[in-house]
Design a protein around this ligand. Structure first.
Ligand code: CAA
Length: 260
């Protein structure tokens, strides 16, 4: 599934998607967005993949935003189309059945911060930097930044980041809940793979259902969200994985899940 601007690798049941335009700090142009869309569509249909890691190529950057050179010539209609394309791709990541971890190895700015926030959670290298600098360019985020960031870090903190365009350190990102863990750069992929590997060892249908409950529930009032959770919980009892998981516990052995 390699493409021009992405590297696609697998390690067992874990897929690693690397945005690979290091000369422009992995900036997202239309071509990369379309490749990401295609790659994630393939992953969604691949039952052999239980978890995904997204990262950026090179030492310096995760993704330094949408491609400013490409955007600079846009008119209103093209800008709207670009925004909707990015939103569609990031929605696909959010709606992917498998969990997606962002391994933030450097700059996660603008569209890069938006890509990271569309993932289920983020771990970062110490040198990673986060920000939504769009207002410095005279525009606002267009790939979900005004919506996902406040849902993650709260409206006040998101407002400060969106209005100042300031970059924050990985430590500050940890403090405000934007990332779950900060590790030295050389340990980042090992840490991401270790977490993804633990997820891959759990019941895949259950992990997917937990992801769906988190995502869909956050758009519902509490009572509807609890009813949705109960439906997904009950649905688990129609699966072979539930029988295997509980039998394995009672027999004091490792479960062997089949995603059935
Ligand atoms: N788009 C296009 N090219 C980019 C880029 C981007 N977002 N970010 C960096 N590059 C390019 C630079 O132009 C430069 O290219 P050249 O070597 O050809 O000059 C190369 O990558 C290396 O970058 P710098 O020389 O600038 O590296 P630096 O270490 O001095 O600075 C940086 C690093 C602070 C990340 C700086 O590159 C920067 O500010 N980048 C832009 C960040 C930004 O504004 N992102 C938001 C984009 S808008 C957006 O994302 C909208 C949206 O939500 C849809």
């Amino acid at each position: 599934m390699d493409s021009q601007n992405l590297i696609y690798e697998t390690a067992g049941a874990v897929a690693i998607v690397t945005v690979n335009r290091p000369k422009v700090l992995n900036a997202l142009n239309r071509a990369v967005l379309l490749e990401l869309d295609q790659t994630f569509a393939g992953i969604a249909a691949n039952r052999g993949i239980a978890a995904v890691i997204v990262t950026g190529a090179g030492e310096k950057s995760f993704v330094a935003g949408a491609d400013i050179a490409e955007m600079s010539g846009f008119g209103v209609a093209e800008a709207r189309e670009f925004s909707r394309l990015g939103q569609q791709v990031f929605n696909r990541i959010e709606e992917l059945p498998q969990p997606v971890i962002a391994a933030v190895n450097g700059f996660a700015l603008g569209g890069g911060c938006e890509l990271a926030t569309a993932c289920d959670f983020r771990i970062a290298a110490t040198k990673a930097r986060f920000g939504q600098p769009e207002v410095s360019l005279g525009v606002i985020p267009g790939f979900g930044g005004t919506q996902r960031l406040p849902r993650l870090v709260g409206r006040g903190m998101a407002a400060q980041l969106l209005f100042t365009g300031d970059m924050i350190s990985s430590e500050e990102a940890l403090r405000i809940g934007l990332v779950n863990k900060v590790v030295p750069a050389e340990a980042l992929m090992e840490e991401a793979k270790a977490i993804a590997g633990r997820i891959a060892g759990r019941g895949p249908l259950a992990v997917s259902a937990a992801k769906a409950a988190l995502r869909e529930g956050s758009n519902m009032d509490l009572n509807r969200a609890l009813a949705y959770e109960a439906e997904l919980f009950a649905g688990g009892f129609s699966t072979a994985d539930q029988k295997e998981g509980m039998a394995a516990f009672l027999q004091k052995r490792q479960a062997d899940f089949k995603a059935e």
